[in-house]
Design a protein around this ligand. Structure first.
Ligand code: KG4
Ligand code: ZN
Length: 361
């Protein structure tokens, strides 16, 4: 079964065709990073307008890259939650329209759940150059979901049957990477630029705090971000009244790299410690990481060294936003759920993973 996936919840216009929830046939990602970087973050109106421009070409490219026509497509899966409302509307409207005019079943998928499903892609067509895992995850599966909007530890008993065991009580870890990058004067998006700067920094130069949570699987990153801000102020000799957007101009490159490395080390320790603890309590058969921050190499390395079972990782391009994960989740949903009437599909910008129709099955 070949599923066309469509993803437009934030700043990537992405489309992909995946066969049987495991074989990636095409993967089109049109990133808007260039247009948002001058503002230091995603501008919702600008994002929606760019999706309108690229959505149809991206759909056509997903088909042509896979050497397929509409006749070969068995279903359409689209992200309907959560995300920016204008961005979600563009992708879902395209999906609804094609579902109607091409007469294809339509499956709405939850973006955060979909991130986990990037780990189910283990095969590819010859034209795709990706280093994929050898095996699909098995259940029970422990997922550490770390993106720009979410930080959660989730236990999946089976497809669609899961429990969130912990989550951030304030900022998502990706958001913390982005905000700390801004303080340090590193380019948007902050995750990749912090991890690059950290490569040449001293991770033990600045002592930063770990948040203590009542539930050991919950997270908090806003205190860590503020601690970096205070440490930068102290380092350059100003107090909290100094404008924070002017701070980074007073840092030397070496200090910037040490701050990046110290922050990354602390954030990654927090994630790894909680995942290790959850592994010891829940005894999952496999562990996966998902979401944009799962592209982080320090997180990958340290998790592998701390968890006593082998962990396979999706390639970084399938960790950040893409539509292959959407098509893959759509395939598994199609096995247990009826398709959705295109006229009834609505978007839900803030819907939690706990409240999807799939998770209630
Ligand atoms: O999953 P994603 O592409 O979009 C959301 O659903 O949020 O995640 C984006 C987040 C951003 O905060 C970005 O800074 C972070 O993932 N990110 C990284 C890395 N690559 C992207 N964080 C740490 N290290 C990376 N290499
Ligand atoms: Zn995402």
């Amino acid at each position: 079964m070949k599923v066309l996936g469509i993803e437009s919840s934030c700043d990537e216009t992405a489309t992909s065709v995946v066969e049987d929830g495991r074989k990636i046939l095409s993967n089109v990602v049109h990133s808007q990073i260039d247009i948002h970087s001058e503002y230091g973050g995603v501008v919702p109106e600008v994002a929606a307008r760019s999706h309108i421009e690229y959505i149809n070409p991206a759909i056509n490219k997903a088909l042509s890259d896979a050497s397929l026509t509409w006749d070969d497509i068995d279903a359409i899966a689209v992200t309907y939650a959560p995300g920016l409302i204008g961005s979600l509307l563009v992708g879902t409207l395209a999906a609804r329209t094609y579902a109607k005019i091409k007469n294809k079943p339509l499956y709405p998928v939850h973006h955060v759940e979909a991130h986990v499903y990037a780990n189910f892609i283990i095969d590819k067509s010859e034209s795709i150059k990706l280093d994929l895992p050898n095996n699909q995850p098995t259940f029970p599966l422990l997922a550490l979901i770390v993106s720009g909007g979410h930080t959660q530890l989730v236990i999946f008993e089976d497809h669609g049957k899961y429990k969130i065991v912990g989550q951030t009580q304030d900022d998502a870890v990706g958001e913390a990477f982005d905000k700390v990058a801004k303080i340090l004067g590193l380019p948007y998006p902050g995750g990749p630029s912090i991890s690059n700067a950290a490569l040449v920094g001293d991770a033990h130069k600045y002592k930063l705090p770990h948040a203590k949570m009542q539930n050991p699987y919950d997270f908090s990153f806003s205190g860590l971000k503020t601690a970096v801000l205070r440490a930068v102020q102290a380092e350059v000799g100003v107090d909290y009244t100094f404008p924070s957007h002017e701070l980074h101009a007073r840092l030397y490159d070496a200090q910037r790299n040490d701050f990046a490395a110290s922050f990354q080390h602390t954030a990654v320790s927090t994630l790894v410690n909680a995942t290790k603890k959850a592994f010891e309590e829940y005894h999952p058969s496999t562990v996966v990481i998902a979401g944009g921050v799962a592209a982080n190499f320090e997180l990958r390395d340290r998790l592998r060294s701390q968890i006593p079972i082998e962990i396979e990782y999706a390639p970084p391009i399938l960790c950040t936003d893409n539509a292959a994960m959407v098509a893959t989740l759509g395939y598994y949903q199609s096995k247990v759920q009826p398709s959705t009437n295109p006229d009834d599909l609505k978007v839900f910008p803030t819907l939690s993973m706990n409240n999807t129709s799939w998770s209630k099955n």
